[in-house]
Design a protein around this ligand. Structure first.
Ligand code: S3P
Length: 174
C-alpha cells in the first residue's frame, strides 16, 4: 500500500509533466497511463478513438489501469483525464493507495491551455474555438464529483512545476 502515487485531473492540467518531475525527485519509476495504453495497443490514443471509438478506449483504459494497480512495483502514475470518471475506476484508485492527488485548475485556465492543443485531443478536436470554454465548464462539472474523491486536492494555478512537486512531496503518505 502507498507505494503508488497517482495524479489525476482534467486534460491539460499537467499530470504528465508534474508526474515525471516528481518521479525523478523521489527516485520512483514514472508511468503515464495514456502512454501505457499506446504501447499495449500499438497506436496513438487519437487513432484508437478513430478506429475503435470511445467505448472501446474506456474498456481498455480500465483494463490497463487494473494491470498497473495490481503490479507490486512502486510508481508515480499519471492517469488520463477521463480515467477516474468511468465505472468503479475511482474506487480502485483510492483502494490502491492513499496517495491520490487531484490537480485542479479553473475551466478558464484549462481553456487557455487547451486551445492551442485542441486538434491533437480526440474529445475536443471537433469543437469550434468559441465553444471550447463552455464545453470544458460543463465537462468539469460532470467530472468534478469523481476528481473530488481524491485524498488530496492541489490547486496548480500560477505555481511552477517545482512548487507543485514540492507540495505533493510533502503530502505523500509512506
Ligand atoms: C481523455 C484524456 C486524455 C486521453 C483521452 C481521453 C479524457 O488524457 O486519455 O484523450 O477523457 O479526458 P490526458 O488527460 O492525459 O490528456
Amino acid at each position: 500500500m502507498n507505494r503508488k502515487i497517482i495524479l489525476l485531473g482534467y486534460m491539460g492540467v499537467g499530470k504528465t509533466t508534474i508526474g515525471k518531475r516528481l518521479a525523478e525527485k523521489i527516485f520512483f519509476p514514472f508511468m503515464d497511463l495514456d502512454t501505457f495504453i499506446e504501447q499495449k495497443e500499438g497506436k496513438k490514443i487519437s487513432q484508437i478513438f478513430k478506429d475503435k471509438g470511445e467505448i472501446y478506449f474506456r474498456k481498455k483504459e480500465r483494463e490497463y489501469l487494473t494491470e498497473l494497480l495490481k503490479s507490486s512495483s512502486p510508481m508515480v502514475l499519471s492517469l488520463g483525464g477521463g480515467t477516474p470518471c468511468y465505472g468503479d475506476a475511482m474506487q480502485l484508485v483510492n483502494e490502491a493507495t492513499q496517495n491520490v492527488f487531484f490537480l485542479q485548475l479553473s475551466f478558464q485556465e484549462l481553456t487557455q491551455r487547451l486551445l492551442p492543443q485542441k486538434d491533437k485531443r480526440p474529445l475536443i478536436s471537433h469543437l469550434q474555438d468559441d465553444d471550447l470554454e463552455d464545453f470544458i465548464r460543463k465537462h468539469l462539472f460532470d467530472r468534478n464529483p469523481f476528481y473530488m474523491q481524491a485524498h488530496n486536492i492541489i490547486n496548480v494555478s500560477k505555481k511552477t512545476i517545482d512548487e507543485i512537486v514540492n507540495i505533493i512531496e510533502q503530502k505523500i503518505v509512506v
